[in-house]
Design a protein around this ligand. Structure first.
Ligand SMILES: Nc1ncnc2c1ncn2[C@@H]1O[C@H](COP(=O)(O)OP(=O)(O)OP(=O)(O)O)[C@@H](O)[C@H]1O
Ligand code: SF4
Ligand SMILES: [Mg+2]
Length: 333
């Protein structure tokens, strides 16, 4: 089956106040398959949001330059005119932003905001059908009484309920792809778990693909089918979730896993951390971008750009020592 979204060698550059360009995303290639939940994981600032914002061309066009290709079905998005992009945003591709509360208008009821999302794309839909779509979207997002929620203002709902509203707005036009950027980060763990279940339910019920951006390996384990690990503007490892957790083949992925509390059993008193900190984009040197923090780094890692290597057909790693590095969770245990 062909991919729903294909990002090929995407580079996203931003111009700073001294008119210099820096690539925040540098050669990212990812495919999203129909009906899958793909996780994008990595530390803060590694380029997760910039990559997925680019799919909808949400960056300020004056200070941003793109290279590469982003294909959604048969459409090349980087060359699509803005008026066609407006049709795609919120219709074929839904987006849940990192700070969802700010995407609701406090002066309008929930019903007004969901209806407006439908009618902005389908002006001539009969009122009854609009209403039915809104109620179904709220039901699918886990509202306990959708008709009542429709009449409420945002201030009358809790954070968890508002997040369900934001999810309903993102899916009311039945998009083929839903991009969720850290949709549960600001919520407590119980609500977080409920909302992740909602996302899985939506995928099962509607068959849409979901890209879930997170910095949390636990969320990936609970929710995703496949995962792409990002570091400093690049993908460093992709695999199915089961394979990545069982056989991580990039030292950065191993570090993230070693820093994640175990899903079962006793949580150790101290979790391992990855030594050092993420360098600035402007400090990126020749060779492997992870070298300054990597316990296995050697001279050969610094000689040139590191490509992605096939661990197998479904598993890639951007590490020249992918087949010799030990699993350092075992080394540090
Ligand atoms: N509009 C912009 N102009 C200049 N630099 C930007 C812009 N947006 C993002 N960046 C830079 O691009 C890099 C990647 O940012 P991005 O927001 O994608 O990180 P992230 O992985 O989503 O992190 P987080 O987990 O904190 O959300 C960062 O260094 C950030 O400072
Ligand atoms: S290429 Fe070298 S520095 Fe980079 S992750 Fe692999 S071993 Fe570490
Ligand atoms: Mg982000």
């Amino acid at each position: 089956m062909s991919n729903l979204l294909e990002i090929d060698n995407l580079k996203v550059g931003f111009k700073n106040s001294s008119s210099q360009w820096t690539n925040a995303v540098d050669g990212v290639s990812i495919a999203v398959r129909p009906g899958e939940i793909l996780g994008i994981v990595g530390e803060s600032g590694c380029g997760k949001s910039v990559t997925m914002f680019s799919v909808l061309k949400l960056h300020d066009q004056r200070n941003t330059r793109y290279a590469g290709e982003i294909r959604f079905e048969d459409t090349e998005l980087l060359t699509v005119p803005e008026k066609d992009m407006r049709q795609l945003r919120g219709k074929d591709i839904g987006f849940i932003f990192q700070n969802p509360m700010s995407s609701l208008n406090p002066l309008l009821t929930i019903g007004q905001q969901i209806r407006e999302t439908v009618t902005s794309h389908r002006k001539h839909l009969p009122k009854k059908e609009v209403e039915a779509l809104c109620i179904k979207a709220l039901d699918d997002a886990g509202a306990d009484d959708s008709a009542v929620w429709m009449s409420k203002y945002p201030y009358q709902l809790s954070g968890g309920m508002l997040q369900r509203v934001v999810i309903a707005i993102a899916l009311v036009n039945e998009p083929k792809l839903l991009i969720a950027d850290e949709p549960t980060t600001a919520l407590d763990v119980t609500i977080q778990a409920q909302l992740l279940k909602v996302l899985c339910h939506i995928r099962d019920e509607r068959g849409m693909s979901i890209v879930l951006i997170t910095h949390d390996m636990g969320v990936v384990a609970e929710t995703c089918d496949r995962v792409a690990v990002m570091y400093l503007g690049q993908i460093v490892e992709t695999a199915s979730v089961d394979e990545l957790f069982a056989n991580p083949r990039h030292p950065y992925t191993q570090g993230l896993l070693a820093a994640t509390p175990p899903m079962v059993g006793k949580i150790p008193e101290r979790l391992n951390t990855i030594s050092g900190s993420v360098p600035q984009l402007s400090e990126v040197a020749k060779g492997c971008r992870f070298a300054s923090r990597c316990p296995f780094a050697s001279q050969e890692c610094l000689s040139g750009d590191i490509p992605m290597f096939d661990v197998d057909e479904q598993h890639q790693s951007r590490c020249i020592k992918f087949n010799t590095i030990p699993d350092f969770r075992k080394v540090t245990a």
